[in-house]
Every structure is written in structure tokens, then in C-alpha cells.
Design a binder for this molecule. Structure first.
Ligand SMILES: [Zn+2]
Length: 443
């Protein structure tokens, strides 16, 4: 497989006009993509170009709209030892993302207009990826009173997604009020569905393995009960619910039922829940400790089927970087979470495309168009003339081991370390400017 040839003018990344030759747009037959002034000018066969145009030979590469993540923990402000907006957006660009939603569980919590605007500005300064802040649902993630949802929505960051992610909005009255509040401006409440009393001290999926390991189990019903309740609440008030990181077969069934009713319910699944099972916990390696936990092979199969048939709308990484000292400790003391931005597309390739469950157009839908729509983002999700030139070029042919040392994230807690996965992101463009070229950061 030829690696992309980039002309010398292109290496500066300053060219206003690009011609990408022979890319398979959404996996279809090779075509050229011309980018001018940050916009996709045309897509077609044998497009003319003048010598001043930067040229990228994309022979054998698949072109997808830039990926959009609904669930990223950038950790800034507060935990810059784990990640910053600058390092997190570098990881995002290397993974093929052009937009990420930054979760609210920072320090201070993103629960005011001031904090969300700070995060939004840091994203703009980094310039590698659009950073769309998620606002907290409750003040300080405290679960007792609503945060300033309206002020965050009206701020420069124009927040539309609200979540206490990491914690569940378990008070049904608060959840109802939040759903009612965001309805006025077309917002959505993204719920970390986890009944807190049923998961006190929980460490791994509840079942035979939790018993064998002597670790407190995490029952599927704790997730499913909240999803069922919130679907009913969303229907009752006529508002939009998004369910974060669905992890059980039962959750998929409940979502299928809610969608059949025509309710405004959407859901995401993480790459790790699509590929890994609870068996990974058997060695007590905390790199596999995550919230919600890795589940059974039956759950993984149901999640894949649900994503393939559209019951689950999209893939979201739940990229959760942690410094070494928070992960390399005994299981019970270790932090929950895994990094995911730099491996997401490769994992989806392995888990969904290789078995024939999704084609590349399906991947574009589940990793770009749908999450952009759920996040109320414009300018992302479509690879077609007239749209902002946000796109990723992906080489599907290599199979290589994941090397955390090569990652741009400040943290190294990837559960895929050493695992052989297909594919490689070769280039990412944000509004016509390359953020990644030849598989390396371009800015
Ligand atoms: Zn969560």
C-alpha cells in the first residue's frame, strides 16, 4: 500500500487549496476531492488542478467526514497532569476527529458560563479540533440542584449537551426538571445511567467472574433501570434524552422499545465495550477497570448488533485519561477509565467492519453524522461539496500493534496496548487545514 505522497507546498500546511487524489469516499470507488478556502469545492474523477495546489495522493485510502466524539474527558481545568485541551485535541486529531464534546467533570466543574467559555476558548486556541463543552446538569455535579443551564446555553460556547457524566442524575424530579429546561432551546440531557445504591463499591460486572475474583459486582439492572426510567421521563415531558456508554444487552432492548415508541431517545456505545469482555479483569490489571464495566460476550454481541441496526446511534470514546499513579495500583484503589481517541476508528474497524456488520458509509454515520446531530453541531458530519472540509483519510490495510508510547495523549491507559488492530489514520483536515499528515501531527 502506497503511503500518501504530499507535495512540498503541502508540508507547510498553509495551502489554501488542496487536491486529494484517488480517495475512496465513504468506501466507494476512487475519486478526487478538491478543497478551497476551507470548504469541499468538488468531488469527482480526474479533477483539474494547477501547480500551486497542494496535492495528496490518497490511493487506497478511505475518506470519511471528520469524526465527532460526544464523550471526551479533556481534564482541563484541574487535572492537567492527566490531559490538557492541547494534548487531548492532538490525540483527537491523530484519531481522525474534528470535533469533541468535552465532559463537564473538570475542576472547577463546567457548570457556569464562565467555565464552559474557558474550555471553548482553549479549544479554539489549540486549533486542532473543535472543542464543544458539555455543561453539568447539577451544580458542582452535586445532584441536588440544577446548574445554570440557560446561562451556559446562551454563552459563547452555546452549550446544548448537558451531563453529570461520571455520576448519574439519580433524583427523578431533578432529571425531569432538567429535561423540561433544555426542551426550550433544543438541548439534550446525556445521562450516565447507573443507579447509585445498586452500584455502591462496584468494581466489575456482576456475575460468575466477580464472584471468582472476590470483587463487588456491578449488576446490569443498575444501568437498565435508569435507562427505562429516563426514557419514560423524556417521553412524559417531550424532551431529548441521550444515554451515555450503553453496556448491556438489556439496555439495547429498552432503547429499541423506546425508539419504537418514537420518543426522543439516542444512545452511544464505547469502542472498548464493542471489543472487550469482563474476562480481561481476570488478571486484576486496572487498565481494564472502567465505568460502566466491561461486560459479557453476549452483551458485546448485542451492542454490536444494536449499533449496526441503529438502535444505538453512535460510537463515543469516553476517552478518560489518568496518570500512571492513578492506574498502576491495586484494582480496588485504581481510577475508572481508559483512553480511546487514538484507537476508536481502528477498534470500530475491527469490531464492526471486519465482521461485515457496518460498511464505511455506516461508520461515517455512526462516528460523524449521528454524533454531530445529537450534539447539535453544524459544519460536521457530512463529506460533500459545499460543506466545511472536515475529513479523515484512513488506510485500512495495515495491521499493527497499538503502541501507547506513540500516543499524543498525556496519559497511557489504553486497554488496547499491544493488541494488533487494523488500519491507520493518515490525514485529518479541519476546515481545510491539515491537523494530521502522513500519520503525524501537522500542527
Ligand atoms: Zn460516564
Amino acid at each position: 500500500m502506497a503511503s500518501p505522497v504530499v507535495s512540498s507546498t503541502a508540508m507547510t500546511g498553509a495551502a489554501a487549496t488542496w487536491l486529494i487524489r484517488g480517495a475512496r469516499v465513504l468506501g466507494s470507488d476512487p475519486a478526487d476531492i478538491r478543497i478551497a478556502d476551507g470548504v469541499i469545492a468538488e468531488i469527482g474523477r480526474d479533477l483539474d488542478h494547477d501547480v500551486a495546489t497542494a496535492r495528496l495522493d490518497a490511493d487506497g485510502l478511505i475518506a470519511l467526514p471528520g469524526l465527532v466524539d460526544l464523550h471526551t474527558h479533556l481534564r482541563e481545568p484541574g487535572r492537567e497532569d492527566a490531559e490538557t485541551v492541547l494534548t487531548g485535541t492532538a490525540a483527537a486529531a491523530l484519531g481522525g476527529f474534528t470535533a469533541v464534546h468535552a465532559m463537564a467533570n473538570t475542576d472547577p466543574v463546567a457548570d457556569t458560563a464562565g467555565v464552559v467559555e474557558q474550555i471553548w476558548r482553549l479549544g479554539r486556541q489549540a486549533g486542532r479540533c473543535d472543542v464543544q463543552p458539555v455543561g453539568a446538569v447539577t451544580a458542582g455535579l452535586g445532584g441536588s440542584r440544577l446548574a445554570e443551564l440557560g446561562a451556559m446555553a446562551d454563552s459563547a460556547a452555546r452549550v446544548r449537551v448537558f451531563s453529570d457524566d461520571g455520576r448519574c442524575v439519580h433524583d427523578a424530579v431533578l432529571m425531569r426538571r432538567a429535561l423540561e429546561y433544555v426542551r426550550a432551546f433544543g438541548g439534550v440531557i446525556a445521562q450516565h445511567a447507573q443507579e447509585p445504591r445498586l452500584t455502591e463499591g462496584a468494581q466489575v460486572n456482576e456475575g460468575e467472574i466477580s464472584g471468582r475474583l472476590g470483587l463487588t459486582g456491578w449488576p446490569a439492572v443498575a444501568e437498565e433501570a435508569i435507562i427505562a426510567r429516563d426514557c419514560l421521563l423524556a417521553a412524559h415531558v417531550g424532551s431529548a434524552l441521550h444515554v451515555c456508554h450503553v453496556s448491556t444487552a438489556g439496555s439495547v432492548e429498552i432503547l429499541r422499545w423506546a425508539k419504537a415508541k418514537g420518543w426522543q431517545v439516542t444512545a452511544e456505545v464505547t469502542p472498548h465495550h464493542l471489543l472487550l469482555t469482563e474476562e480481561r479483569a481476570v488478571g486484576y490489571d486496572p487498565v481494564f477497570k472502567v465505568n460502566p464495566p466491561l461486560r459479557t460476550a453476549e452483551d458485546v454481541a448485542a451492542l454490536r448488533a444494536g449499533l449496526a441496526d441503529g438502535t444505538i446511534d453512535c460510537v463515543a470514546t469516553d476517552h478518560a485519561p489518568h496518570p500512571l499513579e492513578d492506574k498502576e495500583t491495586e484494582w480496588v484503589a485504581a481510577a475508572f477509565g481508559m483512553t480511546g481517541l487514538e484507537t476508536a476508528l481502528r477498534v470500530v474497524h475491527e469490531a464492526l467492519v471486519e465482521p461485515g456488520l457496518l460498511d464505511w458509509a455506516g461508520v461515517a454515520d455512526r462516528m460523524s453524522a449521528r454524533p454531530a446531530a445529537i450534539g447539535r453541531l453544524t459544519g460536521h458530519g457530512r463529506l460533500s461539496p459545499g460543506e466545511p472540509a472536515n475529513l479523515v483519510l484512513y488506510d485500512p490495510s495495515p495491521r499493527e500493534a497499538v503502541d501507547p508510547a506513540a500516543h499524543a495523549s498525556r496519559s497511557r491507559n489504553t486497554p488496547f496496548a499491544g493488541m494488533v488492530l487494523p488500519g491507520r489514520v493518515m490525514a485529518t483536515f479541519l476546515r481545510g487545514n491539515p491537523t494530521v499528515l502522513d500519520g503525524k501531527l501537522a500542527r
